[in-house]
Write a protein that binds this ligand. Structure first.
Ligand code: FUB
Length: 324
């Protein structure tokens, strides 16, 4: 049986959805794609996004999706260079903290934070990027004990290969095929939510025997981390980039290690694949994007949602992305 899918914002190009439930309502924080005319390349220059909108709904598959308008623009950020990529948000004590990656004036991706009083913004950016931050795709996870973590990182255009042990290296370097894949990072946030509380740690994904997934493995991490909890286990999900899958791995705590489990979404139409997973009104949903409405233009992506299902043993049932 074909699963029901829904395009959430059919009149505009939105991608990289980060989705959370605040005050009983679903809030969506996407990247905002547009036709900027920048040619496509492996550096991701064609993803030349310049602002964020926020959307919300109280009925994921069929309800009205409200556009709350522009909540942050490149020119609002004091340290701005270019390219607002995938953002995410966390709530603490009634305030909302929007974490976003953007290139600074030296064309280096850093993570910034902007603060708002409501989930729909507006958000006021801090004057400087988060100290010690680098690369892209922040995904924020609030654990049951109130601790808040950010997962981040992405290779190729996301610049993760430029760092070792949280320090920039002179010569960017991807591992050889039979070496362990480059890991994403996780870090706990400070109580004030504006800085890291510690040094970012590498997120290890292993096979069932405890061996790290190799750089040649089509299921290795590339970008677009997400964390959710199901039956007390920590589900790390991510995009495999150039092999175009969304995969997941399970751990016993937010830092990992995580044991690889399988594919959540097979390739979509388009190069990138990206997602978030939430539970709302008793159902689980996978928010993602594809390029069907733009006729396959990789830089013009459209937001989608589909219901996610688990087997009795906690395995996620694979969904057909409709590509390849
Ligand atoms: O939208 C720009 C980049 O493309 C994101 O940061 C990646 O995750 C990929 O979706």
């Amino acid at each position: 049986m074909k699963k029901e899918m829904r395009y959430l914002v059919p009149n505009d190009y939105m991608a990289d959805p980060s989705v959370h439930v605040f005050n009983g309502r679903v809030y969506i924080y996407p990247s905002h794609d547009w036709e900027s005319g920048v040619p496509e390349n492996d550096n991701g220059d064609h993803f030349n996004m310049r602002d964020y909108h926020v959307f919300s709904t109280d009925d994921v598959m069929h309800g009205e999706v409200v556009d709350h308008g522009v909540v942050l623009r490149v020119e609002d950020v004091p340290w701005a260079g270019r390219q607002l990529w995938d953002c995410d948000i966390a709530e603490k004590e009634g305030r909302y903290y929007l974490y976003f990656p953007m290139k600074d004036r030296n064309d280096i991706f850093r993570l910034g934070v902007a603060v708002g009083e409501k989930p729909e913004g507006p958000f006021i950016p801090q004057p400087d990027p988060i100290k010690g931050s680098y690369s892209i795709d922040p995904a924020v996870f609030k654990d049951d004990d109130g601790s808040i973590y950010i997962y981040f990182g992405g290779i190729w255009g996301g610049q993760l290969q430029r760092y070792r042990d949280n320090k920039a290296i002179e010569h960017p370097c991807l591992p050889d095929n039979d070496e362990p894949a480059l890991p994403s990072r996780v870090v706990k946030l400070r109580d004030d939510m504006l800085e890291f509380a510690e040094s970012p740690r590498a997120v290890l994904i292993t096979d069932v025997d405890g061996n790290p997934l190799k750089a040649s493995d089509p299921h290795r991490f590339f970008e677009a981390s997400w964390m959710h909890k199901y039956n007390g286990k920590y589900y790390l999900s991510y995009s495999t980039g150039d092999t175009h899958l969304l995969c997941y791995a399970i751990g016993d705590n937010p830092y990992g290690p995580f044991v690889y489990q399988g594919v959540i979404l097979t390739p979509v139409v388009g190069w990138t694949t990206h997602h978030s997973i939430i539970q709302y009104k008793g159902k689980w949903y996978l928010f993602h994007h594809d390029c069907v409405p733009s006729g396959g233009k990789t830089w013009l992506r459209s937001l989608k949602v589909v219901e996610l299902e688990y087997d009795e043993d906690g395995k996620i049932q694979t969904i057909d992305g409709g590509g390849e």
